[in-house]
Ligand binder design. Structure first.
Ligand SMILES: NC(=O)c1ccc[n+]([C@@H]2O[C@H](COP(=O)([O-])OP(=O)(O)OC[C@H]3O[C@@H](n4cnc5c(N)ncnc54)[C@H](OP(=O)(O)O)[C@@H]3O)[C@@H](O)[C@H]2O)c1
Length: 326
């Protein structure tokens, strides 16, 4: 089979197409003939820095759609040939991927394999941020950083469905702002001075919920943009800064709270909770309540170009790799 492999960390050029033996499923696992693989920012961090990479050589790829190729021992609720989407810790940029059965989902009848590949990472993540951790209630306001990206596009729509509270986004260009405004956002701030723009929009009150994929100093500063009883949920570290330490001294004024979400960690520590979360989130797409537009689709061999596009902050919505040749 063809697969993308990384033998050293570095720029997009370290993503190399190789020929390899197709992997076999172990007990409790499912082998999938991959149709499409989603592209995620976490895969860029894995390629660059070894983020969550167990060892080299390494095959990136957190999510796929395709058809069941083979079932490992003990997997009884899926059938060979069935259309599925799956969340995996690595190995999605390949013609055959292995997934734990707990994270393999039948593709709902209305959805194509192309759409199904957009779901496994972004949908449950955005759902957890807005609902499970953010606990957004009708009338509350929210601000989402990276509003035009994969997670941001879904988070805006989920927040808008909650009620009549304002949904604010932050992006790095006016083109991205236009995209975000079509996906749930009421107002989108462009650039680094989002704090003063938000203060202007809210008469200095701030927001009830702030979703932060940046981390570091930006995460610390986010507390100053929260209304009383406000919550920040951090879900990434695009800043590459060291983790910020905090406690009662920072949180008690204004009775603010900070939460963290990692879908990769949840998959290891609470696979059943992640499955339930994923099923809730996927239903919203199957029902047509939420959409995640595919804005770029490249062949597997051009995985490096897909990373270049995302890294240069040129992308909106979801990027896919087309893996099956037919
Ligand atoms: N915790 C979890 O479980 C989880 C799950 C999925 C994703 N995530 C995180 O959520 C964020 C979005 O992920 P995604 O896969 O949907 O990607 P994405 O939002 O489609 O793309 C990444 C976005 O991050 C922004 N960005 C900020 N600093 C950047 C930098 N130095 N280089 C490139 N982009 C930068 C860019 O938006 P602007 O140009 O508008 O700033 C870019 O569009 C990432 O931080 C990812 O790690 C976390």
């Amino acid at each position: 089979m063809r697969a993308i492999q990384v033998t050293e960390y570095g720029g997009p050029e370290v993503l190399r197409l190789v020929e390899a033996d197709a992997p076999e499923p172990g007990p409790g696992e499912v082998a999938i003939d991959v149709a499409y693989a989603g592209v995620n920012f976490a895969e860029i961090r894995a390629r660059r820095t070894g983020y969550r990479v167990p060892s080299l050589p390494f095959r990136p790829g957190l999510e796929v759609s395709g058809r069941v190729r083979a079932l490992g021992d003990g997997v009884t609720d899926l059938a060979v040939g069935q259309e599925v989407a799956a969340f995996i810790s690595h190995g999605g940029y390949a013609e055959v991927a292995i997934a734990p059965a707990a994270q393999v989902f039948p593709v709902p009848a209305r959805l194509s394999l192309r759409t199904a590949a957009t779901l496994p990472t972004v949908l449950p993540t955005a759902h957890a941020l807005v609902h499970e951790l953010g606990r957004l209630r009708a009338g509350e306001s929210v601000l989402v950083q990276g509003a035009a990206g994969g997670v941001g596009t879904v988070a805006g729509q989920l927040a808008k469905r909650v009620g009549d509270g304002a949904v604010y986004g932050v992006v790095s260009s006016t083109a991205k702002a236009e995209f975000a405004l079509k996906h749930g956002y009421d107002q989108v701030f462009v650039g680094d001075d989002w704090e003063s723009q938000l203060a202007g929009a809210t008469d200095g009150r701030g927001v009830d919920l702030l979703l932060d994929p940046i981390g570091g100093e930006q995460l610390r500063r986010s507390l100053d943009s929260l209304a009383p009883f406000g919550r920040v949920v951090n879900f990434g570290n695009t800043s590459d800064e060291a983790a910020w330490q905090f406690g009662a001294a920072e949180l008690a004024p204004g009775a603010r709270s900070v939460a963290f979400f990692s879908i990769l960690t949840l998959a290891v520590t609470e696979p059943k909770a992640l499955r339930e979360l994923s099923e809730r989130a996927f239903r919203l797409v199957a029902d047509g309540a939420v959409e995640l537009p595919v804005t770029a689709e490249l062949p597997l061999a051009e995985a490096a170009e897909a990373h270049r596009l995302m890294e240069s902050r040129a992308t909106t919505g979801k990027l896919l790799l087309r893996v099956a040749l037919d």
